[in-house]
Write a protein of this length. Structure first.
Length: 181
């Protein structure tokens, strides 16, 4: 078992969330819409996901922490499992311009609407399927708030692949027992 590190808490707590209001707002319906990971989730109403969030640079500090904590070299090879619109990968590529960054997600919409210049580093791929990379190919593999969407057998597959292709790994996830939660 690895160590507990908190790189993303600052980003997560930066915006106010009305948790009680969200639970009273047709939560199950909103969750079903969100789990399509299409335009509604990424750029639609806030009740379905990101709510049209426009990138504001907040992931730069997380990239800096990852680089320092994992002592990533200038030419690091980095993989993001469940990259979404690739905000953190973008910041890593800016801070380590000689690095090779790669990400994948199940959302074609997120990849097509990722930050400018990032599309060539991204691909459509499910987190639980075997990864098209060699053993230990990446200096760092990370997954933020993605793996909690998998069922246990899928989760074991994803964690196994993350461990296989990365020399170092960082995983952050939420937890719930049902889609209704």
């Amino acid at each position: 078992m690895g160590e507990l590190v908190q790189f993303i808490t600052g980003c997560h707590t930066r915006t106010a969330r009305d948790y009680i209001g969200r639970m009273q707002d047709e939560k199950i319906h909103c969750s079903e819409v969100a789990r399509r990971y299409d335009a509604d989730y990424w750029d639609g109403d806030r009740r379905y996901g990101f709510g049209g969030y426009r990138y504001d640079g907040r992931w730069a500090a997380v990239a800096e922490q990852l680089i320092a904590h994992y002592q990533l070299p200038p030419d690091a090879k980095i993989l993001d499992v469940g990259c979404g619109k690739a905000h953190l990968l973008y910041e890593l590529s800016q801070q380590l311009p000689q690095s090779t960054v790669c990400g994948f997600d199940i959302s074609a919409y997120a990849i097509q609407n990722s930050l400018k210049g990032m599309q060539t580093h991204l691909m459509l791929h499910p987190a639980e399927a075997p990864y098209p990379f060699g053993d230990g190919e990446f200096d760092l593999v990370f997954s933020l708030m993605t793996l909690h969407n998998l069922r246990l057998p899928e989760l074991f597959g994803a964690l196994g692949e993350i461990a296989r292709v990365g020399r170092r790994q960082y995983v952050a996830m939420e937890s719930y027992r049902t889609v209704a939660e």
